[in-house]
Unconditional design. Structure first.
Ligand SMILES: Cc1cc2nc3c(=O)[nH]c(=O)nc-3n(C[C@H](O)[C@H](O)[C@H](O)COP(=O)(O)OP(=O)(O)OC[C@H]3O[C@@H](n4cnc5c(N)ncnc54)[C@H](O)[C@@H]3O)c2cc1C
Length: 470
């Protein structure tokens, strides 16, 4: 079917193979992981070069057509799918060149459509580490992880995507190219434009390539699952381990027992990873990275100190690669086991680490008052202060559990505000939290953000309806 005006021009720019307008062809661009946003799109385009991306943006700018940038389509807040259905989707997934792997500067320059897993492999081939690691790494892409400033399981040691990025190349709203692929560790020449584009969720420009940091590869990992009495003990354990291990402490994940029980119940894991005598409801999944020159057994020393101080009830140490894989599989399954069990209500929030126990005491109590028997499943990157604070419907609950979401969100975000926490630690704002951001963000900060948006996107064609409400 011939596309309607003015899309014949767009078809001409990208070519038939990269123009998708039929309902069937559009589905993969429109379905997002949580199935919450279901608007259509005028069409999707998959340009194969940066020049082509520029031409698409020139076309959109001239015709004032809104553009939704998309990479791996794994975002969890509806940022990568249309808000109205009148947009075109601009997928960067065909920009797949590795432009350079520079082992003297430890930087690789990758185009936006390369997945995180592929980036890890490219670094590995050069005997280096690309440390970003997250559950969606087989699908999410460089453009997407930078635009959401993704975190993951190694933020403690290496930082989030923003920290891993030295520079970006981006196409602006009017089609101009920002050539910011820096490899410089020192460059004090005014505003940091890279840091504006990173975390902007496609509202300020289209990232087409980025220079990403690499690190020495650890020669070994030491991993253990610690059984602890409470999140408060978790904070104490964190302080001790961090002091002893410094940046070798790569991951420190808080895991409530309920998640492991559900995974065994729903056969997501076949072997219980816990130590036999784990008497309490809380665990920490802890991982140290060892480098050339580090002696084996660093973790044992840490565990001895924790045992002497009576902070750990029991521990299960990984003795093989298989053990370690099981631990990380179990960690990644914390979202899926909820999907299999019951309806859930979710939050992705952060506070200072020492405030986590207060947050958890108060939020659990508030939720229990709203829905007696509610099942909290608060887990995640404790070492970053980032908790995925989820709630499952009570056992045997019948009815619409999600109807309680507004009340539970309100209570949670009020407690969070008291603790100066963030309403979005990892997943961003997208469509899901745009109203919440308008309520919770400091008005001066919001004004500054709106001024920047207006300066870089005067026609409001870059991912409108995401992050900022106009
Ligand atoms: C199973 C699972 C586990 C996850 N675990 C984590 C986790 O541990 N930590 C975490 O932080 N996130 C996690 N996420 C969320 C998600 O994977 C990340 O937000 C990821 O960074 C999105 O990358 P993507 O390539 O899929 O981007 P998309 O989903 O395609 O896009 C995300 C946002 O970026 C914009 N965008 C995409 N590409 C570009 C570009 N080239 N230029 C400008 N804007 C662009 C989109 O418009 C959208 O607003 C998880 C998701 C899933 C499904």
């Amino acid at each position: 079917m011939a596309p309607a005006q003015p899309f014949d021009k767009l078809l001409e720019i990208v070519g038939e193979a990269n123009f998708h307008q039929d309902e069937g062809a559009l589905t993969r661009f429109l379905e997002e992981p949580r199935g919450l946003y279901k608007k259509g799109a005028q069409c999707a385009v998959t340009p194969t070069s940066v020049k082509m991306v520029q031409k698409v943006m020139q076309f959109a700018y001239q015709n004032e057509i809104a553009v939704v940038p998309q990479s791996g389509n794994t975002g969890l807040v509806g940022g990568q799918v249309p808000a109205t259905g009148k947009e075109i989707i601009l997928s960067l997934s065909k920009l797949r060149q590795v432009r350079e792997v520079d082992t003297s500067t430890n930087v690789m320059t990758l185009e936006a459509g390369i997945t995180v897993l592929e980036a890890q492999k490219h670094a590995e081939e050069a005997d280096r580490l690309f440390p970003l690691s997250l559950g969606s790494e087989g699908s999410c892409q460089i453009g997407g992880i930078l635009s959401t400033n993704a975190g993951g399981t190694a933020v403690l040691a290496y930082g989030n995507s923003r920290d891993l990025c030295m520079g970006v190349e981006a196409v602006l709203a009017d089609g101009r190219l920002y050539k910011g692929l820096s490899k410089l560790r020192k460059d004090n020449t005014g505003y940091d434009l890279k840091d504006l584009l990173v975390g902007a969720e496609g509202t300020l420009g289209i990232i087409t390539a980025a220079s990403m940091k690499m690190f020495p590869r650890p020669r070994a990992f030491e991993t253990a699952l610690l059984n602890i009495a409470s999140p408060q003990v978790g904070v104490e354990v964190f302080e001790i381990v961090r002091k002893r291990a410094g940046n070798r402490l790569t991951s420190f994940e808080l895991l409530p027992t309920i998640g492991m029980d559900l995974q065994l119940k729903h056969e997501l894991i076949t072997r219980d990873p816990r130590a036999k005598d784990a008497p309490t409801n809380w665990h920490i999944l802890l991982e140290l990275s060892l480098f050339e020159g580090d002696e084996d057994g660093a973790l044992l020393g840490v565990l001895e100190e924790l045992a002497e101080k009576e902070l750990v009830a029991d521990a299960s140490l990984c003795n093989s690669l298989g053990d370690r894989q099981l631990m990380w599989l179990m960690r990644e399954n914390y979202a899926e086991c909820q999907n299999r069990e019951a309806q859930s209500i979710k939050h992705d929030i952060s506070v200072a680490i020492r405030d986590i126990p207060t947050l958890m005491d108060e939020v659990d109590a508030a939720a229990e008052r709203i829905v007696p028997g509610i099942r909290p499943i608060a887990f995640g990157h404790m070492g970053d202060g980032n908790i995925h604070y989820d709630f499952l419907a009570p056992e045997g609950f019948e009815g619409d559990f999600k109807a309680f979401a507004p009340e539970i969100h309100k209570a949670t975000y009020e407690i969070l505000a008291k603790l100066n926490g963030s309403i979005s630690a990892e997943h961003g704002i997208g469509q899901m939290k745009a109203d919440l951001l308008a309520q919770k963000k400091d008005p001066t900060a919001l004004d500054m953000m709106k001024s920047i948006k207006l300066a870089l996107d005067p026609k409001n064609i870059l991912n409108p309806g995401k992050i900022l409400r106009s």
